[in-house]
Design a protein around this ligand. Sequence first.
Ligand code: MRU
Length: 348
Amino acid sequence: MFESNIRPIQWTGNHVKLIDQTVIPYEYKTVDIKTCREMADAIKDMIVRGAPAIGVSGAFGVAMGAKEFLDSKDSEEFLQRLELMAEYLKSTRPTAVNLMWAVDKQVNLAKSLNCSISEITRKLEENALKMLEDDIETNKKIGEHGAEIVAQGAAILTHCNAGALATAGYGTALGVIRSAYARDKSIKVFADETRPRQQGARLTAWELVNDGIPTTLITDGMCGYFMKQGMIDVVVVGGDRIALNGDTANKIGTYTVALAAKAHNIPFYVAAPYSSIDNSIETGENIPIEERNHEEVTYINDRSICPEGVNIINPAFDVTPAQYITGVITETGIYAPSELKQAVLSGV
Ligand code: MRU
């Protein structure tokens, strides 16, 4: 297995260190996150981003918040404060379901325990650490399953960053790429730039170049051109929220890539853990789409790129209908969208 040593979330014993993803590749630095409020701000400002990464970060946010509530007069007040804070954490990024999944898991754990407030706090910290370790293991399993669909010498297109930085480590879509590379498949990667925040250019390219995996950066509008030239063999992307029928919310632009792949008969895979599957929704119709700051579109490198007064809309995600998805690569195997519900609900 090809081991990436990037760990975007580290627990020091009393606080979290996050790799600051807003400054890569110009700079590499970590930020100390000592309170739940600081964690909520870090998620909102995308110091940490990527669905599984914000899930694990949210879990640590709850663990740190619990410590701030140790002065509660009884466990009822403690749980009330914890739940309020959990709602706030979940509101920071509405689309990626992993955040809700992880924060709710923590709150449910706290509610289920029949022990002192300080003991609950200790268990929340332990559980957050377990979620971090589990996520890395899960991604390695996704990588192993996904490597099966990557042919020798394949050119893989990916969109946004679904790498180690977007998870606790190793990555989902990049986990597949790392595992295929480790099997000596002589692969090459095409990374979409991913406007407006350029996660493909800044983060995916950075991760893959550091790993020595041959990578070509293209702008988002180029994917159809390269598909038509026969230069792309397979598309693998991550997922932020997957409905039971396989409809998948992922970074804006993913839908366009899927349409182009379908038109060129190129297989299109989503690589994501079960924690990205929202088993409360049958289809992707009602997935909330985060609308972000308009300056993400109007500015590049602190410089406006358009005339004042132009209208801007900035949805951060789109939903790719299941009909365009060949398979969902999970930690338990690869499923056609029509098989996903059965696999998830039977807990395979
Ligand atoms: O807005 P971001 O950077 O948090 O969005 C992340 C994505 O949409 C990625 O494409 C990713 O695939 C999902 S996380 C592995």
